[in-house]
Design a protein around this ligand. Structure first.
Ligand code: FAD
Length: 314
């Protein structure tokens, strides 16, 4: 009988797990609280403007991720940006959309609890639920995974040691010329750690100049709980100096990433309670990179399959 797996989280880890499971005949349903796929590989669209306000690019070191990235490049959903940096095209969500093809995805569903029933696991979001799953994989950041796993009776103590750096992000657009001609900049001092001229990435429209600015971890921590308006005003001042814009931006907004970059990883590629049929994976298992999320998701699927007696080639 086909096993049914619920995957909570449509970021790189959840999608990587889903692909391997499907390859071995399991049926996966992917749930996410957001409206869009991709998790932190995200793109905000405002009219004709687009901003990759989360992950800026990715690199591929291992052969399995490199092979998938090559597929994306030849299929036009990813492109080379600079050095070893690859971006989704036309936005960072494009690879996630390609990976999710053919899966049932249930978006806008924030899982708050799990219930064990005679037909299997049920995922609960307020009054709504979806049931009949043989296994549940929680592919969210560790602090968001812990209460869901606890509701299902699973406990992976290593998740409590995971630490993330937050990141306060700024999105800016200009319809006139700006002094900043390059693609990206990493200032050596000051609150800003990274500026990208988003519109200079391959596959984007550079007629309006769009920028994504990331504050460094220290500044982000110190200002994390301020209002979006206060964050916007403070970061904008620093950013405008670096961008050199003679006129005011036509669009400006701030975004708070509470769990942005893994600072302290869990040190295991995934977590799986075979008896309960509950698992957890994500970048936090291995490190602060898209590829780490991919590796963790694939390891998760392999652990599930092996516990069902299905051998998967590495
Ligand atoms: C500002 C920023 C810059 C970055 N820059 C880079 C970079 O340049 N290069 C790089 O390699 N990596 C970068 N990263 C890190 C990279 O984005 C992550 O490592 C990777 O995308 C994590 O994937 P994931 O699947 O583990 O988690 P996520 O992408 O976070 O996916 C988790 C998903 O779970 C969903 N979810 C959470 N709780 C629930 C719930 N209760 N119910 C349902 N769904 C839920 C979320 O909505 C989300 O879609 C950056 C991240 C940020 C935020």
């Amino acid at each position: 009988m086909t096993k049914r797996v619920a995957i909570i989280g449509s970021g790189m880890a959840g999608l990587a797990a889903a692909r391997v499971l499907r390859g071995s005949g399991a049926s996966c349903v992917i749930f996410d609280k957001s409206r869009g796929l991709g998790g932190r590989m995200s793109t905000r669209r405002v009219g004709d403007l687009t901003f990759d306000h989360g992950a800026q690019y990715f690199t591929a070191r291992g052969p399995r991720f490199a092979a998938l990235v090559e597929e994306w490049r030849s299929g036009g959903v990813a492109a080379h940006w600079f050095g070893e940096a690859i971006v989704g095209s036309p936005g960072m969500t494009a690879p996630a959309r390609a990976m999710a093809q053919g899966f049932e995805t249930i978006m806008g569903f924030e899982v708050t609890s799990l219930r064990r029933e005679s037909s299997g696991w049920s995922l609960v979001a307020g009054e709504a639920s979806h049931g009949g799953f043989d296994a549940v994989i929680v592919a969210t950041p560790a602090p968001q995974a812990a209460p869901i796993l606890a509701a299902g009776g699973a406990s992976f103590p290593a998740l409590a040691s995971v630490r993330y750096a937050p990141c306060l992000a700024l999105m800016l657009a200009f319809d006139g010329p700006v002094a900043f001609e390059g693609g990206h900049l990493r200032p050596e001092s000051g609150p800003i750690a990274w500026i990208a001229r988003n519109s200079s990435k391959p596959g984007r429209n550079d007629s309006a100049k769009t920028f994504v600015v990331h504050a460094g971890p220290e500044w982000s921590r110190a200002h994390l709980d301020e209002t979006p308006e206060a964050i916007l005003e403070k970061l904008k001042r620093y950013a405008l100096d670096l961008i050199g814009a003679p006129s005011a931006p036509i669009y400006a907004a701030a975004h708070r990433w509470r769990y942005a970059l893994v600072e302290q990883a869990a040190g295991a590629s995934c977590f799986w309670d075979a008896q309960a049929g509950l698992g957890a994976c994500g970048d936090y298992c291995l490190g602060p990179r898209v590829e780490a999320a991919f590796d963790s998701g694939e390891a998760m699927a392999r652990a599930v399959l092996e516990s069902w007696g299905v051998h998967v080639a590495a």
